[in-house]
Design a protein around this ligand. Structure first.
Ligand SMILES: Nc1nc2c(ncn2[C@@H]2O[C@H](COP(=O)(O)OP(=O)(O)OP(=O)(O)O)[C@@H](O)[C@H]2O)c(=O)[nH]1
Length: 352
Protein backbone atom coordinates (compact mmCIF):
# COMPACT_ATOMS: atom_id res chain seq x y z
CA UNK A 1 0.00 0.00 0.00
CA UNK A 2 1.25 3.50 -0.77
CA UNK A 3 2.29 5.88 2.01
CA UNK A 4 0.03 8.60 0.54
CA UNK A 5 -2.99 6.29 0.97
CA UNK A 6 -2.18 5.61 4.60
CA UNK A 7 -1.45 9.09 5.91
CA UNK A 8 -3.49 12.26 5.62
CA UNK A 9 -0.99 14.13 3.44
CA UNK A 10 -2.93 17.42 3.64
CA UNK A 11 -2.79 17.41 7.46
CA UNK A 12 0.88 16.45 7.39
CA UNK A 13 1.62 19.41 5.09
CA UNK A 14 -0.14 21.76 7.54
CA UNK A 15 1.83 20.34 10.47
CA UNK A 16 5.10 20.78 8.60
CA UNK A 17 4.19 24.34 7.64
CA UNK A 18 3.71 25.17 11.35
CA UNK A 19 7.02 23.50 12.13
CA UNK A 20 8.79 25.57 9.49
CA UNK A 21 7.18 28.78 10.78
CA UNK A 22 8.28 28.00 14.36
CA UNK A 23 11.82 26.76 13.73
CA UNK A 24 12.85 28.16 10.35
CA UNK A 25 13.75 24.61 9.30
CA UNK A 26 12.52 23.29 5.97
CA UNK A 27 10.74 19.95 5.59
CA UNK A 28 9.90 17.45 2.85
CA UNK A 29 8.33 14.01 2.78
CA UNK A 30 9.05 11.81 -0.25
CA UNK A 31 7.82 8.30 -0.86
CA UNK A 32 10.33 5.73 -2.05
CA UNK A 33 9.41 6.41 -5.71
CA UNK A 34 10.67 9.96 -5.14
CA UNK A 35 7.21 11.54 -5.23
CA UNK A 36 7.19 14.71 -3.13
CA UNK A 37 4.18 14.47 -0.79
CA UNK A 38 5.00 17.37 1.54
CA UNK A 39 7.29 20.31 1.05
CA UNK A 40 7.66 23.42 3.22
CA UNK A 41 10.00 26.36 3.41
CA UNK A 42 12.61 25.36 0.82
CA UNK A 43 14.66 28.43 0.16
CA UNK A 44 16.12 30.24 -2.81
CA UNK A 45 19.61 28.87 -2.27
CA UNK A 46 18.32 25.48 -3.26
CA UNK A 47 15.28 26.21 -5.40
CA UNK A 48 16.74 29.11 -7.43
CA UNK A 49 20.41 28.15 -7.49
CA UNK A 50 21.59 24.65 -6.51
CA UNK A 51 18.68 22.69 -7.98
CA UNK A 52 18.69 24.76 -11.19
CA UNK A 53 22.32 24.53 -12.31
CA UNK A 54 23.14 21.13 -13.82
CA UNK A 55 26.40 20.63 -11.88
CA UNK A 56 25.11 21.73 -8.48
CA UNK A 57 21.83 19.87 -9.07
CA UNK A 58 23.86 16.69 -9.65
CA UNK A 59 25.36 17.23 -6.17
CA UNK A 60 21.85 17.68 -4.75
CA UNK A 61 20.81 14.35 -6.29
CA UNK A 62 23.95 12.75 -4.91
CA UNK A 63 23.05 14.09 -1.48
CA UNK A 64 19.45 12.80 -1.82
CA UNK A 65 20.70 9.38 -2.89
CA UNK A 66 23.28 9.05 -0.12
CA UNK A 67 20.75 10.18 2.48
CA UNK A 68 17.99 7.84 1.33
CA UNK A 69 20.43 4.98 0.67
CA UNK A 70 21.76 4.91 4.22
CA UNK A 71 18.24 5.00 5.60
CA UNK A 72 17.36 1.85 3.71
CA UNK A 73 20.11 0.18 5.74
CA UNK A 74 18.21 0.82 8.94
CA UNK A 75 19.73 4.12 10.18
CA UNK A 76 17.53 6.02 12.69
CA UNK A 77 18.42 9.20 10.82
CA UNK A 78 21.15 10.45 8.60
CA UNK A 79 22.95 13.80 8.55
CA UNK A 80 24.88 14.69 5.41
CA UNK A 81 27.11 17.62 4.56
CA UNK A 82 26.25 18.15 0.91
CA UNK A 83 28.89 19.12 -1.61
CA UNK A 84 27.16 22.45 -2.21
CA UNK A 85 28.11 23.33 1.39
CA UNK A 86 24.85 22.86 3.30
CA UNK A 87 23.62 20.22 5.73
CA UNK A 88 20.81 17.81 4.83
CA UNK A 89 19.05 15.40 7.17
CA UNK A 90 16.73 12.46 6.48
CA UNK A 91 14.60 10.28 8.78
CA UNK A 92 13.02 7.05 7.56
CA UNK A 93 9.28 6.46 7.96
CA UNK A 94 8.30 2.83 8.43
CA UNK A 95 4.84 1.33 8.54
CA UNK A 96 4.52 -2.07 10.18
CA UNK A 97 8.30 -2.53 9.89
CA UNK A 98 8.34 -1.64 6.17
CA UNK A 99 10.33 1.41 5.07
CA UNK A 100 7.82 3.41 2.98
CA UNK A 101 8.95 7.05 2.86
CA UNK A 102 11.59 9.52 4.04
CA UNK A 103 11.31 12.73 5.95
CA UNK A 104 13.86 15.38 4.97
CA UNK A 105 15.04 18.63 6.44
CA UNK A 106 18.18 20.57 5.66
CA UNK A 107 19.42 23.77 4.08
CA UNK A 108 21.10 24.86 7.26
CA UNK A 109 24.60 25.21 8.68
CA UNK A 110 26.17 24.03 11.89
CA UNK A 111 28.50 27.06 11.82
CA UNK A 112 28.38 30.47 10.22
CA UNK A 113 29.03 29.76 6.55
CA UNK A 114 32.28 30.70 4.89
CA UNK A 115 31.18 33.50 2.54
CA UNK A 116 34.39 33.19 0.51
CA UNK A 117 33.57 29.53 -0.29
CA UNK A 118 30.12 30.57 -1.52
CA UNK A 119 31.46 33.55 -3.51
CA UNK A 120 33.80 31.17 -5.29
CA UNK A 121 30.94 28.77 -5.81
CA UNK A 122 28.85 31.59 -7.37
CA UNK A 123 31.69 32.36 -9.77
CA UNK A 124 32.35 28.70 -10.59
CA UNK A 125 28.74 28.01 -11.51
CA UNK A 126 27.82 31.39 -12.99
CA UNK A 127 25.37 32.45 -10.26
CA UNK A 128 24.56 36.13 -9.72
CA UNK A 129 26.93 36.52 -6.77
CA UNK A 130 25.04 39.11 -4.73
CA UNK A 131 21.68 37.34 -5.19
CA UNK A 132 23.34 34.06 -4.25
CA UNK A 133 24.88 35.55 -1.10
CA UNK A 134 21.54 37.10 -0.15
CA UNK A 135 19.96 33.66 -0.47
CA UNK A 136 22.80 32.22 1.60
CA UNK A 137 22.09 34.73 4.40
CA UNK A 138 18.53 33.40 4.68
CA UNK A 139 19.67 29.83 5.37
CA UNK A 140 19.71 29.32 9.16
CA UNK A 141 22.62 28.30 11.39
CA UNK A 142 21.60 25.65 13.94
CA UNK A 143 23.69 24.44 16.86
CA UNK A 144 24.34 20.71 17.15
CA UNK A 145 22.07 20.70 20.20
CA UNK A 146 19.27 22.40 18.27
CA UNK A 147 19.65 19.86 15.45
CA UNK A 148 19.55 16.98 17.98
CA UNK A 149 16.32 18.34 19.43
CA UNK A 150 14.85 18.64 15.93
CA UNK A 151 15.91 15.11 15.10
CA UNK A 152 14.22 13.80 18.24
CA UNK A 153 11.09 15.59 17.14
CA UNK A 154 11.34 14.26 13.56
CA UNK A 155 12.08 10.72 14.68
CA UNK A 156 9.06 10.75 16.98
CA UNK A 157 6.93 12.36 14.27
CA UNK A 158 8.01 9.68 11.79
CA UNK A 159 7.11 7.03 14.37
CA UNK A 160 3.66 8.55 14.89
CA UNK A 161 3.13 8.74 11.13
CA UNK A 162 4.08 5.06 10.93
CA UNK A 163 1.67 4.13 13.71
CA UNK A 164 -1.13 6.17 12.16
CA UNK A 165 -0.40 4.60 8.79
CA UNK A 166 -0.46 1.12 10.28
CA UNK A 167 -3.79 1.80 11.99
CA UNK A 168 -5.19 3.04 8.67
CA UNK A 169 -3.75 0.08 6.79
CA UNK A 170 -5.33 -2.34 9.26
CA UNK A 171 -8.63 -0.49 9.07
CA UNK A 172 -8.53 -0.55 5.27
CA UNK A 173 -7.72 -4.27 5.29
CA UNK A 174 -10.60 -5.00 7.68
CA UNK A 175 -12.91 -2.84 5.57
CA UNK A 176 -11.87 -4.57 2.33
CA UNK A 177 -12.44 -8.00 3.81
CA UNK A 178 -15.82 -6.92 5.21
CA UNK A 179 -16.86 -5.64 1.80
CA UNK A 180 -15.65 -8.84 0.13
CA UNK A 181 -17.61 -11.06 2.50
CA UNK A 182 -20.67 -8.83 2.14
CA UNK A 183 -20.47 -9.14 -1.66
CA UNK A 184 -19.93 -12.88 -1.27
CA UNK A 185 -22.94 -13.20 1.00
CA UNK A 186 -25.10 -11.16 -1.38
CA UNK A 187 -23.93 -13.30 -4.29
CA UNK A 188 -24.73 -16.50 -2.37
CA UNK A 189 -28.20 -15.26 -1.48
CA UNK A 190 -29.05 -14.37 -5.06
CA UNK A 191 -27.21 -17.05 -7.05
CA UNK A 192 -27.68 -20.79 -7.21
CA UNK A 193 -24.37 -22.35 -6.20
CA UNK A 194 -24.53 -25.33 -8.60
CA UNK A 195 -25.60 -23.71 -11.85
CA UNK A 196 -24.68 -20.06 -11.34
CA UNK A 197 -28.23 -19.06 -12.33
CA UNK A 198 -30.23 -16.67 -10.14
CA UNK A 199 -31.71 -18.38 -7.09
CA UNK A 200 -35.43 -18.95 -6.49
CA UNK A 201 -35.44 -15.87 -4.23
CA UNK A 202 -34.03 -13.51 -6.83
CA UNK A 203 -36.23 -14.96 -9.56
CA UNK A 204 -39.36 -14.34 -7.43
CA UNK A 205 -38.18 -10.79 -6.76
CA UNK A 206 -37.80 -10.24 -10.49
CA UNK A 207 -41.32 -11.61 -11.05
CA UNK A 208 -42.63 -9.17 -8.44
CA UNK A 209 -40.97 -6.32 -10.36
CA UNK A 210 -42.43 -7.54 -13.67
CA UNK A 211 -45.95 -7.80 -12.14
CA UNK A 212 -45.61 -4.27 -10.75
CA UNK A 213 -44.50 -3.03 -14.17
CA UNK A 214 -47.43 -4.84 -15.82
CA UNK A 215 -49.92 -3.15 -13.50
CA UNK A 216 -48.55 0.28 -14.53
CA UNK A 217 -48.46 -0.31 -18.28
CA UNK A 218 -50.84 -1.68 -20.84
CA UNK A 219 -50.25 -3.70 -23.94
CA UNK A 220 -46.94 -5.26 -22.97
CA UNK A 221 -46.77 -9.06 -22.85
CA UNK A 222 -44.53 -10.84 -20.36
CA UNK A 223 -44.12 -14.63 -20.66
CA UNK A 224 -43.35 -17.04 -17.84
CA UNK A 225 -42.01 -20.55 -18.43
CA UNK A 226 -41.70 -23.38 -15.91
CA UNK A 227 -39.23 -26.10 -16.84
CA UNK A 228 -38.61 -29.52 -15.31
CA UNK A 229 -36.02 -32.07 -16.44
CA UNK A 230 -37.51 -35.41 -17.46
CA UNK A 231 -36.82 -38.61 -15.56
CA UNK A 232 -33.98 -36.98 -13.73
CA UNK A 233 -34.24 -39.43 -10.87
CA UNK A 234 -33.35 -42.24 -13.29
CA UNK A 235 -30.23 -40.37 -14.43
CA UNK A 236 -29.16 -39.89 -10.82
CA UNK A 237 -29.89 -43.51 -10.00
CA UNK A 238 -28.14 -44.86 -13.08
CA UNK A 239 -25.11 -42.56 -13.32
CA UNK A 240 -24.73 -41.08 -9.85
CA UNK A 241 -25.41 -37.71 -8.24
CA UNK A 242 -22.21 -36.09 -9.57
CA UNK A 243 -23.26 -36.87 -13.13
CA UNK A 244 -26.71 -35.47 -12.32
CA UNK A 245 -25.01 -32.27 -11.13
CA UNK A 246 -22.97 -32.06 -14.31
CA UNK A 247 -26.14 -32.40 -16.37
CA UNK A 248 -27.85 -29.68 -14.35
CA UNK A 249 -24.91 -27.36 -15.07
CA UNK A 250 -24.93 -28.34 -18.74
CA UNK A 251 -28.64 -27.60 -18.96
CA UNK A 252 -28.20 -24.19 -17.26
CA UNK A 253 -25.54 -23.21 -19.82
CA UNK A 254 -27.91 -24.00 -22.69
CA UNK A 255 -30.73 -22.02 -21.08
CA UNK A 256 -28.50 -19.02 -20.40
CA UNK A 257 -27.28 -19.14 -23.99
CA UNK A 258 -30.83 -18.74 -25.32
CA UNK A 259 -31.63 -15.65 -23.23
CA UNK A 260 -31.60 -12.03 -24.27
CA UNK A 261 -30.21 -9.46 -21.84
CA UNK A 262 -33.65 -8.54 -20.55
CA UNK A 263 -34.69 -12.18 -19.93
CA UNK A 264 -34.03 -14.02 -16.71
CA UNK A 265 -33.81 -17.70 -15.81
CA UNK A 266 -33.74 -19.01 -12.26
CA UNK A 267 -33.30 -22.36 -10.55
CA UNK A 268 -36.55 -22.74 -8.66
CA UNK A 269 -35.97 -26.14 -7.10
CA UNK A 270 -33.89 -29.32 -7.57
CA UNK A 271 -34.39 -29.93 -11.30
CA UNK A 272 -36.97 -27.22 -11.76
CA UNK A 273 -36.25 -23.94 -13.52
CA UNK A 274 -38.25 -20.87 -14.56
CA UNK A 275 -37.74 -18.21 -17.19
CA UNK A 276 -39.31 -14.78 -17.58
CA UNK A 277 -39.35 -13.22 -21.06
CA UNK A 278 -40.40 -9.54 -20.96
CA UNK A 279 -42.02 -8.37 -24.18
CA UNK A 280 -42.69 -11.92 -25.41
CA UNK A 281 -46.25 -12.59 -26.53
CA UNK A 282 -47.75 -16.08 -26.67
CA UNK A 283 -46.31 -16.93 -30.09
CA UNK A 284 -42.81 -15.71 -29.17
CA UNK A 285 -42.91 -17.53 -25.83
CA UNK A 286 -44.00 -20.80 -27.47
CA UNK A 287 -41.36 -20.47 -30.19
CA UNK A 288 -38.71 -19.88 -27.51
CA UNK A 289 -39.89 -22.88 -25.47
CA UNK A 290 -39.94 -25.22 -28.48
CA UNK A 291 -36.48 -24.07 -29.58
CA UNK A 292 -35.06 -24.69 -26.10
CA UNK A 293 -36.80 -28.06 -25.80
CA UNK A 294 -35.30 -29.17 -29.09
CA UNK A 295 -31.87 -27.83 -28.31
CA UNK A 296 -31.75 -29.66 -24.97
CA UNK A 297 -32.93 -32.93 -26.51
CA UNK A 298 -30.32 -32.73 -29.27
CA UNK A 299 -27.43 -31.84 -27.02
CA UNK A 300 -25.04 -34.41 -25.60
CA UNK A 301 -22.85 -34.02 -22.54
CA UNK A 302 -19.62 -36.02 -22.55
CA UNK A 303 -18.85 -36.63 -18.92
CA UNK A 304 -16.40 -39.11 -17.44
CA UNK A 305 -16.38 -41.32 -20.49
CA UNK A 306 -20.15 -41.30 -20.91
CA UNK A 307 -22.33 -39.54 -23.47
CA UNK A 308 -25.36 -38.19 -21.68
CA UNK A 309 -28.49 -36.52 -22.90
CA UNK A 310 -31.73 -35.41 -21.34
CA UNK A 311 -35.02 -33.78 -22.19
CA UNK A 312 -37.09 -31.06 -20.60
CA UNK A 313 -40.81 -30.38 -20.28
CA UNK A 314 -42.03 -26.80 -20.32
CA UNK A 315 -45.23 -25.05 -19.20
CA UNK A 316 -45.86 -21.61 -20.69
CA UNK A 317 -48.10 -18.81 -19.49
CA UNK A 318 -48.29 -15.03 -19.60
CA UNK A 319 -48.15 -12.71 -16.58
CA UNK A 320 -51.60 -11.24 -15.98
CA UNK A 321 -52.78 -8.09 -14.24
CA UNK A 322 -55.01 -10.33 -12.13
CA UNK A 323 -51.98 -12.18 -10.73
CA UNK A 324 -51.94 -10.96 -7.16
CA UNK A 325 -48.45 -12.33 -6.58
CA UNK A 326 -45.76 -14.38 -8.38
CA UNK A 327 -47.05 -17.67 -6.91
CA UNK A 328 -50.34 -17.32 -8.79
CA UNK A 329 -48.51 -17.07 -12.13
CA UNK A 330 -46.04 -19.80 -11.19
CA UNK A 331 -48.91 -22.15 -10.24
CA UNK A 332 -50.52 -21.57 -13.65
CA UNK A 333 -47.25 -22.32 -15.47
CA UNK A 334 -46.75 -25.34 -13.23
CA UNK A 335 -50.17 -26.66 -14.23
CA UNK A 336 -49.18 -26.42 -17.90
CA UNK A 337 -45.89 -28.13 -17.08
CA UNK A 338 -47.78 -30.97 -15.39
CA UNK A 339 -49.79 -31.35 -18.57
CA UNK A 340 -46.58 -31.57 -20.62
CA UNK A 341 -45.32 -34.33 -18.32
CA UNK A 342 -48.65 -36.12 -18.55
CA UNK A 343 -48.74 -35.93 -22.32
CA UNK A 344 -45.37 -37.64 -22.70
CA UNK A 345 -42.60 -35.18 -21.63
CA UNK A 346 -40.01 -33.46 -23.87
CA UNK A 347 -42.80 -31.10 -24.93
CA UNK A 348 -44.33 -27.69 -24.37
CA UNK A 349 -47.84 -26.90 -23.12
CA UNK A 350 -49.61 -23.59 -22.87
CA UNK A 351 -51.60 -22.67 -19.73
CA UNK A 352 -55.30 -21.84 -20.06
N1 LIG B 1 -27.79 -34.59 -9.04
C1 LIG B 1 -28.73 -33.83 -8.52
N2 LIG B 1 -29.98 -34.29 -8.44
C2 LIG B 1 -30.94 -33.52 -7.95
C3 LIG B 1 -30.67 -32.23 -7.47
N3 LIG B 1 -31.82 -31.69 -7.02
C4 LIG B 1 -32.78 -32.62 -7.20
N4 LIG B 1 -32.26 -33.72 -7.76
C5 LIG B 1 -32.92 -34.98 -8.10
O1 LIG B 1 -33.91 -34.80 -9.11
C6 LIG B 1 -34.76 -35.91 -9.04
C7 LIG B 1 -36.17 -35.47 -9.29
O2 LIG B 1 -36.93 -36.61 -9.33
P1 LIG B 1 -38.49 -36.61 -9.57
O3 LIG B 1 -39.12 -35.41 -8.85
O4 LIG B 1 -39.01 -37.95 -9.17
O5 LIG B 1 -38.67 -36.33 -11.07
P2 LIG B 1 -38.05 -37.01 -12.36
O6 LIG B 1 -37.32 -38.25 -12.05
O7 LIG B 1 -37.28 -35.95 -13.05
O8 LIG B 1 -39.30 -37.36 -13.18
P3 LIG B 1 -40.29 -36.42 -13.94
O9 LIG B 1 -40.09 -35.01 -13.43
O10 LIG B 1 -41.65 -36.92 -13.65
O11 LIG B 1 -39.94 -36.53 -15.37
C8 LIG B 1 -34.56 -36.57 -7.67
O12 LIG B 1 -33.89 -37.78 -7.81
C9 LIG B 1 -33.67 -35.57 -6.94
O13 LIG B 1 -32.78 -36.22 -6.04
C10 LIG B 1 -29.33 -31.77 -7.54
O14 LIG B 1 -28.98 -30.63 -7.15
N5 LIG B 1 -28.41 -32.59 -8.07
Amino acid sequence: MKFSELVDVGELQKLCESFTRLTGAVTAVLDLDGTVLVSTGWQDICTRFHRVNAQTAARCHESDTVLAGQLSHGEAYNVYQCKNGLVDVAVPISIGGEHVANFFTGQFFFDTPDRLFFSRQAQAFGFDESAYLRALDKAPVFSAEHVRAMMEFFTRLAQIMGEMGLARAELKLANDSLQASEANYRQQATTDFLTGLPSRRSFIMRLEDELARLSRTSGQSIALLMLDLDHFKQINDRCGHATGDALLRHFAVQVADELRRIDMAGRIGGEEFAIVLPGADQAAALAFAHRLCERVANSTLHYQGESLSLTVSIGVTDLRKTDTDPDVALARADKALYLAKERGRNRVELAE
